[in-house]
Write a protein that binds this ligand. Structure first.
Ligand code: CTP
Length: 402
């Protein structure tokens, strides 16, 4: 969907010897599709897990294997390999490879390239949970971080050895996203972007409130994806269960009025994304003390008043409107028609619409299917994880702002 974003980029891909090596074939396919060039290097152990033939075929380049190979050296010296690359990726990064790197050993092609490199390194560790948690590996990981290496994963899950825990290699799509974030060199650097997220809580009395089912996951993922592209992100969130995005400026609020005030206080922005499920109404007659259920007393009547529409207010600013304002529309029927009308009514540039009336749950679920509605019409994206939606949106935002 996002085209050949990595065209002209070159990755020196060092494949370590672990069962996760098979996943690197998929990573190479993703890299190839995005236009990146791959120079594959395999350790001897890696050849026990995937064949150099498969790796060469997917990389569309010969695999570098031996350090002292007349053929390889005549074609291109091993030092030159790192000079020509934009990024060095080690996947799977085994405990052994990490130990060699951390200690500067250079006794094969992979470790020699790693010590001779002058390019950033991204590591995707994969190993048994006890190996990952071993004190030596921990020390090595710490050293590598201090040396400026970046890590993607490992993740928690079932492992090929039958155990469960941290050590499983990140999925190829995730490694790909990390590579992309590196190579796109922060296209949003210098841009200030605000994201609202989560539900709002509208108090009834000191213990009760009106809320909704928003988990805040989609908003948090959008903020993460924007941070990964280098943006300076203000993340204004209601009381949501989703983990807060690392690297963003997190502003916690409770009510719609507090959210509106936080957005107002943010000042000049390049873009604003309103992913929050803001309560449309708040209780006018809130009680300072807990409402009691007393025998014979009538049920309390809640008087509702409308909350300010934050998205519409920002969209219609006559002064200092962000260059790009994006809203969300959760619809149960006539999704495109309703969301198109909502875009016009609110005055925002894009609306991400989703159908919340379908069988597959969006609110509270891990996946989403969105329709991007802009002045150019409606574009339906396939079902994907909220993280992927966020990454797709962040790329679109960076195209629009730069
Ligand atoms: N929004 C906002 N402030 C509000 C209400 C909504 O910023 N007080 C934003 C949401 O963050 C979201 C979009 O507006 O981006 C969703 O609008 P929504 O409330 O769903 O639409 P309504 O205008 O209320 O229309 P409807 O009642 O038809 O759903």
């Amino acid at each position: 969907m996002w085209g050949a974003m990595l065209a002209g980029k070159k990755i020196l891909l060092i494949i370590g010897g672990g069962i996760a090596a098979y996943k690197v074939l998929e990573l190479m396919r993703l890299l190839g599709k995005s236009g990146a060039g791959i120079v594959p290097v395999m350790t001897k152990a890696a050849e026990e897990f995937v064949t150099p033939l498969s790796v060469s075929a997917l990389a569309e380049a010969p695999v570098r294997r031996a350090l002292f190979s007349l053929e390889d050296e005549a074609e291109m010296g091993h030092i030159q390999l790192t000079r020509d690359a934009d990024l060095v990726v080690v996947a799977p990064a085994t405990a052994d490879l990490m130990a060699k790197m951390a200690n500067g050993l250079a006794n094969d092609m992979a470790s020699t390239l790693l010590i001779a490199r002058n390019k950033p390194v991204l590591l995707a560790p994969a190993m048994n949970v006890a190996m990952w948690e071993n004190a030596a590996t921990k020390r090595n990981a710490e050293t590598l971080r201090e040396d400026g290496c970046t890590f993607v994963g490992p993740e928690e899950g079932n492992m090929a050895c039958g155990e469960f825990g941290f050590g499983r290699m990140a999925e190829p799509a995730e490694i790909f996203a990390a590579i992309e974030a590196h190579l796109l060199d922060g296209p949003l650097r210098g841009k200030r972007i605000l994201v609202t997220s989560g539900p709002t809580h509208e108090p009834i009395d000191p213990v009760r409130y009106i809320a909704n089912r928003s988990s805040g996951l989609q908003g948090a993922e959008i903020a993460r994806a924007l941070v990964a592209l280098g943006a300076e992100v203000d993340f204004v969130t209601g009381p949501a269960e989703a983990a807060r995005p690392e690297g963003a400026n997190v502003i916690e609020v409770e009510t719609a009025l507090e959210m509106a005030a936080a957005v107002e206080a943010a000042g000049q922005l390049d873009a604003a994304i309103f992913a929050a499920a803001v309560a449309d109404w708040r209780v006018a007659n809130t009680s300072d003390s807990k409402m009691k259920k007393l025998a014979g007393k009538a049920m309390p009547e809640l008087e509702l008043i409308e909350n300010p529409d934050i998205l519409a207010t920002v969209s219609q600013r006559s002064n200092g409107r962000p260059a790009l304002v994006i809203g969300f529309a959760a619809e149960t029927n006539d999704v495109i028609e309703n969301a198109t009308a909502k875009r016009k009514r609110k005055g925002c540039d894009w609306i991400l619409a989703n159908d919340v009336g379908g069988a597959r749950p969006v609110m509270g679920g891990p996946d989403n299917q969105v329709i991007l509605i802009s002045a150019n019409g409606a574009e339906t994206w396939p079902w994907m994880s909220k993280k992927q939606v966020a990454e797709g949106l962040a790329l679109r935002i960076s195209e629009a702002l730069t």
